[in-house]
Design a protein around this ligand. Structure first.
Ligand SMILES: [Fe+2]
Ligand SMILES: [Fe+2]
Length: 193
């Protein structure tokens, strides 16, 4: 298992530009830390972190081909291309590497958008993607502080910053991100009574 993991690491490294590989290493590290802190499986978190951006730098046409030829929702094609690599990546790592752990695949699939009813592992990887050590944007320090006590609060702040950024550029908002944010707010309210 360890050996396979090392080989997989080398394969992913080859597939990514140096900067994105550094980001991936950071996401693996933060995913393991969050998993340990919040009770998710660290090995699954590390694997999902390693693979989460596997298809990010595939040519758009290659990603489109996967969407068209697979059972992935064709609605994806209506939304911005940076959203494709999550679902496409989940499909491809299952097909090409035999990753068949649904939890890991879902964490890869939803790492950009989130979704309603996110699992613990999905929260871990999505949040790690926002706060890994190499990230540098105005809200990141605030997110890291929130992540010390609540993944939900940190993720809401993350989605807020994504939505604000998209609004400021006149871009479309992916419905799943809104649904995800709303669901996390409900979850928090329930927790806090
Ligand atoms: Fe990504
Ligand atoms: Fe990422």
């Amino acid at each position: 298992m360890r050996l396979d993991f090392e080989r997989l690491k080398a394969t992913v490294k080859r597939e990514l530009p140096a900067k994105r590989w550094q980001h991936t290493v950071g996401v693996m590290k933060s995913s393991v830390q969050l998993a340990q802190k919040y009770g998710a499986d660290p090995a699954k978190a590390e694997l999902a972190g390693l693979l989460h951006d596997y298809c990010k730098y595939w040519p758009v046409e290659k990603q489109r081909q996967v969407i068209l030829e697979s059972d992935l929702s064709k609605d994806l094609l209506l939304f911005d291309k940076p959203l494709w690599h999550g679902p496409v990546g989940a499909y491809v790592v299952q097909r090409d590497f035999g990753v068949d752990d649904e939890e890991v695949l879902d964490a890869i699939r939803y790492h950009t958008s989130g979704r309603e009813g996110m699992t613990l592992l999905e929260k871990v990887v999505c949040l790690a993607d926002y706060i890994e050590p190499g990230r540098d944007y105005p809200e990141v320090a605030h997110l890291r502080t929130l992540a010390e006590t609540s993944m939900e609060k940190a993720l809401i702040a993350g989605f807020d910053s994504t939505i604000r950024f998209l609004l400021s550029r006149g871009e479309k908002i992916f419905p799943l991100t809104l649904l995800s944010r709303n669901a996390l707010i409900d979850e928090l309210r329930k927790k806090e009574g």
